[in-house]
Ligand binder design. Structure first.
Ligand code: NDP
Length: 278
Protein backbone atom coordinates (compact mmCIF):
# COMPACT_ATOMS: atom_id res chain seq x y z
CA UNK A 1 0.00 0.00 0.00
CA UNK A 2 1.49 3.37 -0.92
CA UNK A 3 0.54 6.54 0.94
CA UNK A 4 0.64 9.98 -0.63
CA UNK A 5 0.16 13.52 0.66
CA UNK A 6 -3.45 13.26 -0.51
CA UNK A 7 -4.28 9.83 0.93
CA UNK A 8 -7.80 9.88 2.43
CA UNK A 9 -8.57 8.11 5.69
CA UNK A 10 -11.34 5.80 6.82
CA UNK A 11 -11.54 3.30 9.65
CA UNK A 12 -13.51 1.29 12.14
CA UNK A 13 -14.33 2.54 15.64
CA UNK A 14 -14.72 0.05 18.47
CA UNK A 15 -13.25 -1.14 21.78
CA UNK A 16 -11.44 -3.44 21.52
CA UNK A 17 -10.92 -3.42 17.76
CA UNK A 18 -7.90 -5.62 17.07
CA UNK A 19 -10.05 -8.55 15.88
CA UNK A 20 -11.84 -6.59 13.12
CA UNK A 21 -11.70 -7.94 9.55
CA UNK A 22 -12.97 -4.59 8.18
CA UNK A 23 -9.51 -3.08 7.43
CA UNK A 24 -8.61 -6.12 5.28
CA UNK A 25 -11.88 -5.90 3.31
CA UNK A 26 -11.86 -2.14 2.73
CA UNK A 27 -8.14 -1.81 1.95
CA UNK A 28 -8.41 -4.63 -0.60
CA UNK A 29 -11.34 -2.79 -2.20
CA UNK A 30 -9.41 0.53 -2.28
CA UNK A 31 -6.48 -1.20 -3.98
CA UNK A 32 -8.80 -2.88 -6.48
CA UNK A 33 -10.31 0.40 -7.67
CA UNK A 34 -7.08 2.41 -7.34
CA UNK A 35 -8.45 4.73 -4.63
CA UNK A 36 -5.80 6.73 -2.74
CA UNK A 37 -7.21 5.90 0.69
CA UNK A 38 -6.37 3.79 3.71
CA UNK A 39 -8.70 2.17 6.25
CA UNK A 40 -7.39 1.76 9.79
CA UNK A 41 -8.56 0.25 13.09
CA UNK A 42 -9.57 3.06 15.47
CA UNK A 43 -9.56 1.85 19.09
CA UNK A 44 -11.71 4.30 21.07
CA UNK A 45 -11.48 3.91 24.86
CA UNK A 46 -14.63 4.28 26.98
CA UNK A 47 -15.68 7.93 27.34
CA UNK A 48 -13.80 9.07 24.22
CA UNK A 49 -16.43 8.53 21.53
CA UNK A 50 -17.34 12.22 21.05
CA UNK A 51 -13.62 13.14 20.88
CA UNK A 52 -13.07 10.40 18.30
CA UNK A 53 -15.89 11.76 16.10
CA UNK A 54 -14.42 15.27 16.35
CA UNK A 55 -11.14 13.72 15.21
CA UNK A 56 -12.77 12.12 12.17
CA UNK A 57 -14.16 15.54 11.19
CA UNK A 58 -10.85 17.30 11.83
CA UNK A 59 -8.87 14.86 9.70
CA UNK A 60 -11.44 14.87 6.90
CA UNK A 61 -12.13 11.14 7.08
CA UNK A 62 -14.21 9.66 4.25
CA UNK A 63 -16.19 7.96 6.96
CA UNK A 64 -15.96 5.12 9.44
CA UNK A 65 -17.61 1.93 10.47
CA UNK A 66 -18.76 1.51 14.05
CA UNK A 67 -18.78 -1.72 16.00
CA UNK A 68 -19.21 -3.00 19.56
CA UNK A 69 -19.78 -1.24 21.96
CA UNK A 70 -20.65 2.02 20.17
CA UNK A 71 -23.37 1.19 17.59
CA UNK A 72 -26.15 2.59 19.81
CA UNK A 73 -24.27 5.48 21.47
CA UNK A 74 -22.97 6.91 18.22
CA UNK A 75 -26.51 7.48 16.89
CA UNK A 76 -27.11 10.34 19.34
CA UNK A 77 -23.90 12.07 18.19
CA UNK A 78 -24.72 12.15 14.45
CA UNK A 79 -26.05 15.27 12.69
CA UNK A 80 -28.51 13.10 10.79
CA UNK A 81 -29.56 9.44 10.60
CA UNK A 82 -30.85 7.44 7.68
CA UNK A 83 -34.27 5.87 8.13
CA UNK A 84 -32.92 2.35 8.81
CA UNK A 85 -30.43 3.55 11.44
CA UNK A 86 -33.18 5.60 13.08
CA UNK A 87 -35.56 2.63 13.19
CA UNK A 88 -32.88 0.15 14.35
CA UNK A 89 -31.50 2.63 16.90
CA UNK A 90 -28.03 1.56 15.78
CA UNK A 91 -25.41 2.96 13.41
CA UNK A 92 -22.64 0.91 11.85
CA UNK A 93 -21.48 3.36 9.18
CA UNK A 94 -20.61 7.06 9.38
CA UNK A 95 -20.20 9.38 6.45
CA UNK A 96 -18.70 12.85 6.64
CA UNK A 97 -19.56 15.39 3.96
CA UNK A 98 -17.35 18.26 2.79
CA UNK A 99 -18.90 20.57 5.44
CA UNK A 100 -18.04 18.14 8.24
CA UNK A 101 -21.64 16.97 8.72
CA UNK A 102 -21.77 13.48 10.16
CA UNK A 103 -24.50 11.15 8.92
CA UNK A 104 -25.19 7.77 10.49
CA UNK A 105 -26.28 4.73 8.50
CA UNK A 106 -27.03 1.10 9.21
CA UNK A 107 -25.81 -1.32 6.55
CA UNK A 108 -26.15 -4.41 8.80
CA UNK A 109 -29.89 -4.58 8.03
CA UNK A 110 -29.56 -4.48 4.24
CA UNK A 111 -26.36 -6.56 4.48
CA UNK A 112 -28.28 -9.40 6.11
CA UNK A 113 -31.08 -9.13 3.52
CA UNK A 114 -28.43 -9.20 0.75
CA UNK A 115 -26.97 -12.39 2.28
CA UNK A 116 -30.38 -14.09 2.21
CA UNK A 117 -31.01 -12.89 -1.36
CA UNK A 118 -27.62 -14.27 -2.40
CA UNK A 119 -28.50 -17.67 -0.91
CA UNK A 120 -31.87 -17.63 -2.70
CA UNK A 121 -33.89 -17.77 0.53
CA UNK A 122 -37.55 -17.16 -0.37
CA UNK A 123 -39.17 -14.05 1.05
CA UNK A 124 -41.98 -14.56 3.52
CA UNK A 125 -40.89 -17.92 5.01
CA UNK A 126 -41.77 -18.18 8.72
CA UNK A 127 -38.58 -17.21 10.55
CA UNK A 128 -37.28 -18.13 14.00
CA UNK A 129 -34.60 -15.88 15.50
CA UNK A 130 -32.57 -17.17 18.45
CA UNK A 131 -31.20 -14.42 20.72
CA UNK A 132 -32.14 -10.78 21.14
CA UNK A 133 -28.89 -8.77 21.30
CA UNK A 134 -27.60 -6.04 19.00
CA UNK A 135 -27.22 -8.25 15.92
CA UNK A 136 -30.72 -9.71 16.39
CA UNK A 137 -32.12 -6.15 16.08
CA UNK A 138 -30.70 -5.82 12.55
CA UNK A 139 -31.79 -9.34 11.63
CA UNK A 140 -35.37 -8.88 12.84
CA UNK A 141 -35.70 -5.59 10.97
CA UNK A 142 -34.28 -7.14 7.79
CA UNK A 143 -36.60 -10.14 8.07
CA UNK A 144 -39.70 -8.04 8.75
CA UNK A 145 -38.92 -5.89 5.71
CA UNK A 146 -38.45 -9.04 3.63
CA UNK A 147 -41.96 -10.11 4.60
CA UNK A 148 -41.04 -12.92 7.02
CA UNK A 149 -43.31 -13.49 10.03
CA UNK A 150 -40.70 -13.51 12.83
CA UNK A 151 -40.75 -15.38 16.14
CA UNK A 152 -37.93 -14.56 18.58
CA UNK A 153 -36.78 -16.92 21.32
CA UNK A 154 -34.59 -15.24 23.93
CA UNK A 155 -33.31 -15.95 27.43
CA UNK A 156 -33.92 -12.36 28.50
CA UNK A 157 -37.62 -11.48 28.12
CA UNK A 158 -37.04 -7.71 28.33
CA UNK A 159 -34.41 -7.79 25.61
CA UNK A 160 -36.73 -9.99 23.57
CA UNK A 161 -39.65 -7.56 23.95
CA UNK A 162 -37.49 -4.75 22.54
CA UNK A 163 -37.66 -6.56 19.17
CA UNK A 164 -41.46 -6.27 18.89
CA UNK A 165 -41.38 -2.66 17.60
CA UNK A 166 -38.86 -3.74 14.94
CA UNK A 167 -41.32 -6.21 13.45
CA UNK A 168 -41.11 -9.41 15.52
CA UNK A 169 -44.58 -10.98 15.65
CA UNK A 170 -43.97 -12.78 18.94
CA UNK A 171 -41.27 -13.24 21.56
CA UNK A 172 -41.05 -16.46 23.54
CA UNK A 173 -38.91 -17.65 26.46
CA UNK A 174 -35.98 -20.03 25.97
CA UNK A 175 -37.85 -23.24 26.94
CA UNK A 176 -37.83 -26.70 25.41
CA UNK A 177 -41.49 -26.26 24.47
CA UNK A 178 -40.98 -22.92 22.71
CA UNK A 179 -37.84 -24.15 20.92
CA UNK A 180 -39.57 -27.33 19.84
CA UNK A 181 -42.63 -25.63 18.33
CA UNK A 182 -40.52 -22.75 16.96
CA UNK A 183 -38.11 -25.03 15.10
CA UNK A 184 -40.95 -27.16 13.73
CA UNK A 185 -42.79 -24.14 12.28
CA UNK A 186 -39.75 -22.32 10.86
CA UNK A 187 -38.68 -22.24 7.22
CA UNK A 188 -35.72 -20.08 8.21
CA UNK A 189 -33.81 -20.33 11.50
CA UNK A 190 -31.35 -17.59 12.44
CA UNK A 191 -28.88 -18.09 15.28
CA UNK A 192 -28.27 -14.48 16.35
CA UNK A 193 -26.79 -15.47 19.72
CA UNK A 194 -23.18 -15.01 20.71
CA UNK A 195 -23.07 -18.58 22.09
CA UNK A 196 -20.51 -19.73 19.50
CA UNK A 197 -17.98 -17.20 20.84
CA UNK A 198 -17.53 -19.57 23.80
CA UNK A 199 -17.16 -23.29 22.89
CA UNK A 200 -18.70 -24.43 26.22
CA UNK A 201 -21.70 -22.12 25.77
CA UNK A 202 -22.08 -23.22 22.19
CA UNK A 203 -22.30 -26.92 23.09
CA UNK A 204 -24.79 -26.13 25.87
CA UNK A 205 -26.95 -24.13 23.46
CA UNK A 206 -26.80 -26.83 20.82
CA UNK A 207 -27.85 -29.44 23.38
CA UNK A 208 -30.92 -27.34 24.22
CA UNK A 209 -32.14 -27.29 20.58
CA UNK A 210 -34.38 -30.18 19.46
CA UNK A 211 -32.99 -30.19 15.92
CA UNK A 212 -35.04 -33.26 15.01
CA UNK A 213 -38.01 -30.86 14.75
CA UNK A 214 -36.47 -29.04 11.78
CA UNK A 215 -38.30 -29.56 8.51
CA UNK A 216 -36.41 -30.87 5.46
CA UNK A 217 -36.42 -27.58 3.57
CA UNK A 218 -35.44 -25.33 6.50
CA UNK A 219 -32.62 -22.87 5.86
CA UNK A 220 -30.31 -22.32 8.84
CA UNK A 221 -28.32 -19.12 9.18
CA UNK A 222 -25.85 -18.01 11.84
CA UNK A 223 -24.15 -14.65 12.30
CA UNK A 224 -20.83 -15.93 13.63
CA UNK A 225 -18.13 -15.60 10.98
CA UNK A 226 -14.78 -16.59 12.52
CA UNK A 227 -15.46 -20.32 12.11
CA UNK A 228 -18.35 -22.62 11.30
CA UNK A 229 -20.69 -22.67 14.33
CA UNK A 230 -21.60 -26.12 15.69
CA UNK A 231 -25.28 -25.44 14.90
CA UNK A 232 -24.51 -25.07 11.20
CA UNK A 233 -22.37 -28.20 11.17
CA UNK A 234 -25.24 -30.10 12.82
CA UNK A 235 -27.80 -28.67 10.38
CA UNK A 236 -25.57 -29.52 7.40
CA UNK A 237 -25.21 -33.06 8.70
CA UNK A 238 -29.04 -33.26 8.57
CA UNK A 239 -28.91 -32.28 4.90
CA UNK A 240 -30.12 -28.70 5.43
CA UNK A 241 -28.85 -25.60 3.63
CA UNK A 242 -26.83 -23.25 5.84
CA UNK A 243 -25.08 -19.89 5.72
CA UNK A 244 -22.62 -18.44 8.24
CA UNK A 245 -22.06 -14.78 9.11
CA UNK A 246 -19.41 -14.12 6.45
CA UNK A 247 -22.02 -13.23 3.82
CA UNK A 248 -23.65 -10.61 6.06
CA UNK A 249 -20.26 -9.20 7.04
CA UNK A 250 -19.10 -8.85 3.44
CA UNK A 251 -22.39 -7.34 2.24
CA UNK A 252 -22.59 -4.76 5.06
CA UNK A 253 -18.97 -3.82 4.28
CA UNK A 254 -19.74 -3.51 0.56
CA UNK A 255 -22.64 -1.15 1.27
CA UNK A 256 -20.49 0.86 3.69
CA UNK A 257 -17.75 1.07 1.05
CA UNK A 258 -20.22 2.56 -1.45
CA UNK A 259 -21.58 5.04 1.10
CA UNK A 260 -18.08 6.26 1.97
CA UNK A 261 -16.54 6.33 -1.50
CA UNK A 262 -19.53 6.79 -3.84
CA UNK A 263 -18.22 3.85 -5.91
CA UNK A 264 -19.72 0.39 -6.54
CA UNK A 265 -18.09 -2.16 -4.26
CA UNK A 266 -15.80 -4.84 -5.74
CA UNK A 267 -17.71 -7.59 -3.94
CA UNK A 268 -15.62 -10.54 -5.14
CA UNK A 269 -12.41 -8.80 -4.01
CA UNK A 270 -13.89 -8.08 -0.59
CA UNK A 271 -15.08 -11.66 -0.26
CA UNK A 272 -11.62 -12.97 -1.14
CA UNK A 273 -10.01 -10.54 1.34
CA UNK A 274 -12.34 -11.85 4.06
CA UNK A 275 -11.40 -15.45 3.27
CA UNK A 276 -7.70 -14.57 3.35
CA UNK A 277 -8.02 -12.71 6.68
CA UNK A 278 -9.73 -15.69 8.32
P1 NDP B 1 -24.98 -9.43 22.08
O1 NDP B 1 -24.07 -9.69 23.22
O2 NDP B 1 -25.59 -8.08 21.90
O3 NDP B 1 -26.21 -10.48 22.14
C1 NDP B 1 -25.99 -11.85 22.28
C2 NDP B 1 -27.33 -12.56 22.40
O4 NDP B 1 -27.06 -13.97 22.44
C3 NDP B 1 -28.09 -12.23 23.68
O5 NDP B 1 -29.47 -12.24 23.41
C4 NDP B 1 -27.69 -13.41 24.59
O6 NDP B 1 -28.63 -13.69 25.60
C5 NDP B 1 -27.69 -14.53 23.58
N1 NDP B 1 -26.94 -15.69 24.03
C6 NDP B 1 -25.61 -15.78 24.27
N2 NDP B 1 -25.27 -17.02 24.63
C7 NDP B 1 -26.43 -17.76 24.62
C8 NDP B 1 -26.74 -19.12 24.90
N3 NDP B 1 -25.79 -19.98 25.27
N4 NDP B 1 -28.02 -19.52 24.79
C9 NDP B 1 -28.99 -18.64 24.42
N5 NDP B 1 -28.76 -17.33 24.14
C10 NDP B 1 -27.49 -16.91 24.24
O7 NDP B 1 -24.15 -9.86 20.81
P2 NDP B 1 -24.39 -9.37 19.30
O8 NDP B 1 -25.84 -9.39 19.04
O9 NDP B 1 -23.64 -8.12 19.06
O10 NDP B 1 -23.65 -10.51 18.46
C11 NDP B 1 -24.21 -11.81 18.33
C12 NDP B 1 -23.36 -12.60 17.35
O11 NDP B 1 -23.49 -12.04 16.04
C13 NDP B 1 -21.86 -12.58 17.68
O12 NDP B 1 -21.36 -13.87 17.45
C14 NDP B 1 -21.28 -11.60 16.68
O13 NDP B 1 -19.95 -11.91 16.35
C15 NDP B 1 -22.19 -11.83 15.48
N6 NDP B 1 -22.30 -10.68 14.59
C16 NDP B 1 -22.10 -10.89 13.24
C17 NDP B 1 -22.23 -9.86 12.34
C18 NDP B 1 -21.98 -10.14 10.89
O14 NDP B 1 -21.87 -9.18 10.11
N7 NDP B 1 -21.91 -11.37 10.49
C19 NDP B 1 -22.59 -8.50 12.77
C20 NDP B 1 -22.80 -8.39 14.20
C21 NDP B 1 -22.66 -9.45 15.07
P3 NDP B 1 -28.39 -13.18 27.12
O15 NDP B 1 -28.64 -11.69 27.07
O16 NDP B 1 -29.40 -13.94 27.89
O17 NDP B 1 -26.96 -13.53 27.47
Amino acid sequence: MSLSGRTRLAGVIGWPIGHSRSPALHNAAYRAIGLDAVYVPLPVPPGKLADALAGLRAFGFLGANVTVPYKQDVAALCDELDEVALTAGAVNTLRIDEHGRLSGWNTDVAGYADALDEAGVARGLPALVLGAGGAARSVVLALARRGHPVIVIARNPQQGASLLPLGAADVRPWTHEALSSGLRAAGLVVDATSAALDPGGEQAMLASLPLDRLGEGTFVSALVYHREPALLAAARARGLRVQDGAAMLVHQAARAFTLMTGQPAPLAIMRAAFAQAT
